[in-house]
Ligand binder design. Structure first.
Ligand code: NAD
Length: 494
């Protein structure tokens, strides 16, 4: 899209927000009288609009609407639901530029990256229903005279609470698996980035049966009311470890519920000496997801363990690449990296940069005086000579900060890579298969790339071990996790 047309789209989206402020609808009925919270454009620090905050009573209304709609939705069967979801997918496709612009303005991620986000999940409106027809169940050969089988039954109303870093993408990818399996869904987008999810709900209103999908904007209180609602038995959460733990505790307080968690990461890349320096340097930058979300990504490989033999060359090559990246306005033509999501998060990331310096790491590049522009900018930061004891080596920063650690003994590198509470992703760079497999097996994570980074392969289970989470997404296991197994035993004689 040209500069002029991006600017024109930004104007149209702003005008629409002014003319029709975002609202919550439950079963086709607008909810009025709610308090609003300001949402801010991270590129300029200027207020964008006000967003309604769903109260406990609204959460209850949404869940009850879901309960009323769900049996009919389930009764449609997979082919019936597929027709609705196909229609929904087509409307989303038609509105992808508007949705992407809302995300760019609301969350600060560059507009082209947000278009790409939505485009890469559009197929899921069609492929999840296709796969759902194959989830099956088992026929279990216990007694040849009888019939013993299992089938999947939906939970009823599923709560999904998501993070801010890929707003529309997370909303779509969170709602589809439970919907496809015959559940109603109540989804809460992140406090910072509710606009695209609310717009998705508006689009759904014209194509899905009322009550099947509700989007509730709000903060922690809204989320808390949702995950503790007595009728919600299945919760899928994407966000921080602290919130994941709070949800597990709160959800367990009053009912038995199935909770899956996609939490944080402090991911390691292990670079062997045979890997070409330029290829590795490109991978280090790509692995940080700077272009899509300024490093605010759970899967970012922000700890880079480089073999001593190529260490200095890799640091130099990465620094040269980072020096060319200029953070800018998320909806301007050619922006290579946007701002961070909020002032509070920008200050938190800056605090880690200070901590890294104070603890003795070598600051190779970033920050810049231009980080003090209006808007929540943070230039990419590269630290070298990072020690395991430093906070920047152990805590999730969730921003554009890379730590380089050296190694010469693989077992020692793997021990340090695993010496964090998280276990989400890891990457290994070498063409020596036996070394690669030693590293793959040695990394205590849920997902590993070899000679690749950051890419998600739909169908491959994504999720973490230890404090990075519970459960797997983007695969058949995810679909099945939104239903419960019922075992049926039929004696075919008296
Ligand atoms: P967060 O935990 O602050 O918020 C996530 C969501 O939880 C928001 O919608 C928020 O309103 C809601 N929430 C907050 N308190 C709640 C409560 N008590 N009960 C119910 N809901 C509550 O996370 P964030 O800052 O939006 O996202 C960043 C974090 O998410 C990082 O740690 C990142 O690694 C993680 N993340 C993980 C994945 C993954 O797939 N593993 C993907 C994206 C982000």
């Amino acid at each position: 899209m040209s500069t002029g047309s991006i600017a024109a789209l930004a104007d149209r989206v702003r005008d629409r927000l002014a003319a029709e402020p975002p609202g919550i609808t439950v079963a086709g009925e607008p909810v009025t009288g709610l308090a609003g919270a300001e949402t801010v454009d991270p590129s300029t620090a200027a207020p964008l609009t006000h967003v309604p905050q769903a109260t406990e009573a609204v959460v209850d209304r949404a869940v009850r609407a879901g309960l009323a709609a769900q049996p009919g939705w389930h009764a449609l069967g997979v082919p019936g639901r597929r027709r609705y979801l196909d229609a929904f997918g087509q409307v989303v496709r038609e509105h992808r530029h508007e949705l992407a612009m809302l995300d760019a303005m609301d969350g600060g991620n560059p507009y082209p990256a947000m278009v790409a986000d939505i485009e890469r999940c559009l197929h899921q409106f069609v492929t999840w229903p296709a796969v759902a027809g194959m989830t099956g169940g088992d026929t279990i050969p216990i007694d040849p005279r009888d019939l013993h089988f299992t089938e999947y039954q939906p939970y009823g109303v599923v709560a999904r609470v998501v993070a801010y870093n890929h707003p529309a993408y997370f909303a779509i990818k969170a709602m589809l698996p439970p919907l496809v399996m015959g559940n109603a869904v109540v989804l809460k987008p992140a406090d910072q980035t509710p606009l695209s999810a609310l717009r998705l709900a508006e689009l759904a209103r014209d194509v899905l049966p009322p009550g099947v999908l509700t989007v509730l904007s709000g903060g922690a209180q809204t989320g808390q009311a949702l995950v503790t609602h007595p009728e919600v038995r299945r919760i899928g959460f994407t966000g921080s470890l602290a919130t994941g733990l709070a949800i597990q505790r709160a959800a367990a307080g009053s009912a038995v519920r199935h909770v899956s968690l996609e939490l944080g990461g402090k991911n390691a890349m292990i670079v062997f000496p045979d890997a070409p320096v330029d290829v590795v340097a490109d991978a280090v930058v790509a692995g940080m997801n700077l272009d899509s979300c300024a490093g605010q990504s759970c899967g970012s490989t922000s700890r880079v363990f480089v073999h001593a033999r190529i260490h200095d060359e890799v640091v130099e090559a990465v620094a040269a690449r980072l020096a060319r990246i200029e953070p800018g306005v998320a909806y301007a033509e050619g922006t290579a990296m946007g701002p961070l999501v909020s002032a509070a998060h920008r200050d938190r990331v800056a605090g880690y940069v200070t901590a890294g310096r104070d603890e003795g790491a070598r600051l190779v590049c970033g920050p810049s005086v231009r980080d003090r522009r209006a808007g929540y900018y943070q230039y990419p930061v590269l630290f070298d000579r990072v020690e395991q004891s430093m906070r920047i080596a152990r805590e999730e920063i969730f921003g554009p900060v890379i730590s380089v650690l050296g190694w010469s003994d693989l077992d020692d590198a793997l021990a340090r890579a695993n010496a964090v509470q998280y276990g989400l992703t890891g990457a290994v760079w070498t063409n020596d298969l036996s070394q690669a497999m030693r590293a793959v097996r040695g990394l205590d994570t849920g997902y590993v790339w070899v000679n690749d980074v950051s890419r998600h392969y739909w169908g491959m289970p994504f999720g973490g071990v230890r404090d990075s989470g519970l459960g797997r997404e983007e695969c058949l296991d995810e679909l099945r996790s939104y239903a419960q197994v019922k075992a049926v035993n039929v004696r075919t004689r008296w």
